[in-house]
Ligand binder design. Structure first.
Ligand code: PMP
Length: 386
């Protein structure tokens, strides 16, 4: 008997990255594949004194103490957002899913960067979104491209990761941030701004959220605690312009009632403690050293093979290969030699703008393995590049 599934379920494909992550859990594998915080850098999770108070159902919007810390933080960024418009989510991934539910009917157009975050392509694809990629350069997208694409496609919304983007590590200049906001304001197209990497900063650069520059266009801003604390907590948040908020809360309610309360309570306690600043300083120092170690290794082994920029923040190097290469085949070869990277192809929302590239994460591997892993990958790519 064949089981009839929804059209939505028939569109599901397995996530390449999750499949690779399974393999890279094997001991002895040097993995630059995932976007994982390093275990030795994550804060210890101590739930002492929290559990009993949070056994009952809680508010869909989230725990008041955590929401108010988030609202304070957003106001320091210049965002016009009171605590009433902060919704705690089960990771920012849930925020992406909720905007999909809010905006996307079958065939709705979504504009996003090419390349972009793989799991956004998957999450919005489930709702039948059709994607149009905007070529992404080191200083951002071209605002004129955005204007033209909006005029031609009338998208349901524009999804951008302007700060330390995944997969590229690129960061929009302030000039481009303002120009993008102007285009959105002129056209009234909603912006979904995904910003999980903003606090992982190794070199000072402008990181003002584009949302803060909007005067008319509706917006949703997505944040996360995964990269700065522990992704297993599954706590993120969103804030939005007034007209969108109640719809997002209702969708959150129908999805999972509320985010786990103990994780939220732990975060509220941790973010408000002196230990938090110490933790952030240590994390940034350690990741900064790993970034420098990877930059040095790339200079030694990739000069001929690729072009890249050392990222000012975030977790990734993005290598644009100088020769065409089947990076998926190269990955399979790499896995047999116990080293892993992410091929670039799945990060492109449509094949048209695709080029040979790979993403290397620098936060997870120990520094002594970075040189060895990068050298091995260069050797393997050399064999596969045409
Ligand atoms: N957005 C981007 C751009 C990401 O890179 C990630 C994590 N890799 C997420 C959202 C989801 O993060 P989380 O659900 O853990 O908050």
């Amino acid at each position: 008997m064949t089981i009839r599934l929804s059209r939505r379920a028939e569109r599901l494909t397995s996530s390449l990255i999750r499949d690779i992550l399974q393999i890279t859990q094997r001991p002895g594998v040097i993995s630059f594949a995932g976007g994982l915080p390093a275990a030795e850098v994550m804060p210890p999770l101590d739930f002492e004194g929290l559990a009993d108070d949070y056994r009952q159902y809680g508010p869909s919007e989230g725990e008041p103490a955590l929401r108010s810390l988030i609202a304070q933080n957003l106001s320091t960024l210049g965002m016009d957002c009171s605590v009433e418009r902060v919704l705690v989510t089960s990771g920012s991934q849930q925020g992406i899913d909720l905007v999909g539910k809010l905006f996307v009917d079958e065939g709705a157009k979504v504009l996003l960067e090419a390349p972009t975050y793989l799991a956004t392509i998957q999450a919005l694809g489930v709702y039948g979104a059709e994607f149009k990629g905007l070529p992404l350069a080191a200083d951002g997208i071209d605002p004129d491209d955005l204007r033209r694409a909006i005029a031609y496609r009338r998208p349901a919304f524009v999804y951008l990761i302007p700060t330390f983007q995944n997969p590229s590590g690129f960061c929009y200049t302030d000039e481009i941030r303002r120009a993008v906001a102007k285009v959105l304001d002129e056209t009234d197209i909603p912006l979904v701004e995904d910003d999980p990497y903003r606090d992982l900063v190794y070199r000072p650069v402008d990181r003002t959220p584009i949302c803060t520059y909007l005067e008319r266009a509706p917006w949703v801003y997505l944040g996360s605690f995964s990269k700065i604390t522990a992704p297993g907590l599954r706590v993120g948040y969103l804030a939005s312009s007034p007209s969108l908020f109640s719809g997002l809360v209702r969708l959150k309610q129908s999805s999972d009632l509320h985010t786990n309360r103990i994780g939220q309570a732990w975060l509220a306690r941790f973010l408000g403690s002196a230990g938090f600043d110490e933790h952030m300083a240590r994390m940034i120092r350690i990741y900064g050293e790993r970034r420098d170690a990877m930059q040095a290794a790339l200079e030694r082994h990739f000069e001929e093979l690729a072009e890249w920029r050392a990222p000012a923040g975030g977790l990734f190097f993005w290598l644009r290969l100088t020769r065409e290469c089947d990076t998926l085949a190269a990955l399979h070869a790499a896995l047999t030699r116990d080293v892993a990277f992410m091929p670039g192809d799945p990060f492109f929302p449509a094949p048209a703008l695709r080029y040979s590239a790979l993403r290397l994460n620098f936060s997870h591997a120990a520094p002594e393995n970075i040189e060895r892993g990068v050298a091995l990958i260069a050797e393997i790519l050399g064999e596969f590049a045409k």
